[in-house]
Design a protein around this ligand. Structure first.
Ligand code: C5P
Length: 320
C-alpha cells in the first residue's frame, strides 16, 4: 500500500494518519576515541544529511506494529527490535498513553549500510507518533528520546550539517553553502556497527593502527570547505577512523573506492561503519555520470545530495 492522505483529520482535530520523511546521512569526518566504560566510543564527527530518505506512515491502531512497503526483506526485523518500533514504544511509555500505532516504512536508505537508515526510521517514527497522538512533545525532549534510541537518531531529527560529539549525539549545527553531490555504492551484505567498532579496537590493541589523537578534533579545513561549498577542498578532507576496520571486514571495499575514482569521483570514503561507499563529485550531473559508469560495471549506485532537511511531516502533494 502506498501512503495516501497525510493530513486527513479526525473530528476533534487529531490526524488519523501522519507521514514523516527522514534523511540518511554520511559522515564526512569520523574520528573515533577509545572505548568508554559505557560500551560506546567518544566521537568527533561531521554529519551531512542527504536527500536519500525513508518515509514512515503512522496510522491509528490498538498496538504498535511495523510494516514495510514494497519488496519483502529479511534483513529488516519487524518485531520489537526494529528501531521504529522501539521509538514508538518509548514515546508511548514516556507519555503514559495506551494507544498503539501501525507504522509503514518506505525504505530507500540502504539497510545496515552505515548511512543511518534505522536511525532515520526511528526519528521519523518519533515525530509521526508525536503528531498522531497529539502529544506536542518539546523538541529538546524528542532529541533526548532520540539519543536513547541510538547515537545517530538525534541527527536524523535535526538534519542539515552538524558536528557530533560524545557518542555522536551531542549536536551542533555547522554552516554549509550550496549542495554537495554524492554517489553511494551500497553492498548486499551489511556490516554490523558494533562489529566494526570492535574491529577498530582490535586493530588499535594489536598496534596495527595508532591510538587516536586526543582530544578528538575535526579539521578546520573540512569545516571551511563545507561553509564555502567547496567540493574539491571537502574531497581532500574526507576521513573516517572506521574505514580501516571496515576494510579488514570487507577488503573488497577498497576496489569500490578505486572504481569510484576511476569513474570520476573527486573523493571517496567508507560511510560510517560501512559497507556503503560515499563518493563525492563536483555537481549533480557529475554524480549522475559517475553512477552511470559504476552501474555499467555491475555495481549498485545511488545519487544523493546534501545538506537535506531533518525529519519532517510531508503532505500528499509533496510526495514524489
Ligand atoms: O547507538 P547505536 O545503537 O547506533 O550504536 C550501535 C553500537 O555501535 C553500540 O552498541 C556500540 O557498540 C557502537 N557504537 C560505539 N560508539 C559510538 C556509537 C556506536 O561504540 N559512539
Amino acid at each position: 500500500r502506498t501512503p495516501e492522505a497525510a493530513e486527513s483529520v479526525l473530528p476533534g482535530g487529531v490526524p488519523d494518519r501522519v507521514l514523516v520523511r527522514a534523511p540518511g546521512k554520511v559522515n564526512l569526518a569520523l574520528h573515533v576515541g577509545p572505548l568508554g566504560a559505557d560500551g560506546y566510543h567518544e566521537l568527533a564527527t561531521v554529519f551531512l544529511a542527504l536527500d536519500l530518505v525513508d518515509d514512515v506512515l503512522a496510522e491509528r491502531a490498538e498496538s504498535v506494529s511495523v510494516h514495510l512497503t514494497g519488496e519483502v526483506r529479511d534483513d529488516v526485523p519487524l518485531d520489537e527490535s526494529n528501531l521504529a518500533h522501539r521509538a514508538a514504544t518509548l514515546l508511548r511509555d514516556r507519555s503514559g498513553i495506551t494507544e498503539g500505532v501501525r507504522l509503514t516504512i518506505t525504505k530507500r536508505i540502504p539497510v545496515a549500510g552505515g548511512m543511518g537508515g534505522g536511525s532515520a526510521d526511528a526519528a521519523a517514527a518519533l515525530l509521526a507518533c508525536d503528531a498522531l497522538w497529539g502529544l506536542d512533545t518539546p523538541w529538546d525532549e524528542l532529541l533526548a528520546l532520540a539519543a536513547e534510541l541510538g547515537a545517530d537518531v538525534p541527527f536524523a531529527l535535526t538534519g542539515g550539517a552538524a558536528l557530533g560529539r560524545d557518542r555522536g549525539d551531542r549536536l551542533e549545527a555547522v554552516p554549509a553553502s550550496g549542495s554537495f553531490h554524492l554517489v553511494l555504492v551500497p553492498s548486499e551484505d551489511g556490516i554490523s556497527t558494533p562489529k566494526c567498532y570492535r574491529a577498530l579496537d582490535l586493530l588499535r590493541q594489536e598496534g596495527a593502527l595508532p591510538d587516536p589523537e586526543l582530544p578528538l578534533a575535526v579539521a578546520d579545513g573540512l569545516l571551511a570547505a563545507l561553509a564555502e561549498g567547496d567540493a574539491g577542498a571537502l574531497a581532500a578532507e574526507l576521513t573516517n577512523d572506521l574505514e580501516a576496520a571496515a576494510l579488514v571486514l570487507r577488503p573488497d571495499l577498497a576496489d569500490t573506492i578505486r572504481a569510484g575514482a576511476f569513474a570520476g569521483a573527486i573523493g571517496g570514503v567508507v560511510s560510517g561503519s560501512g559497507p556503503t561507499i560515499a563518493l563525492l563529485t563536483g555537481s549533480r550531473e557529475a554524480a549522475e555520470e559517475v553512477a552511470k559508469t559504476l552501474r555499467a560495471e555491475g555495481r549498485a549506485a545511488l545519487v544523493a545530495s546534501g545538506p537535506a532537511r531533518g525529519a519532517h511531516i510531508v503532505n500528499d502533494h509533496e510526495l514524489d
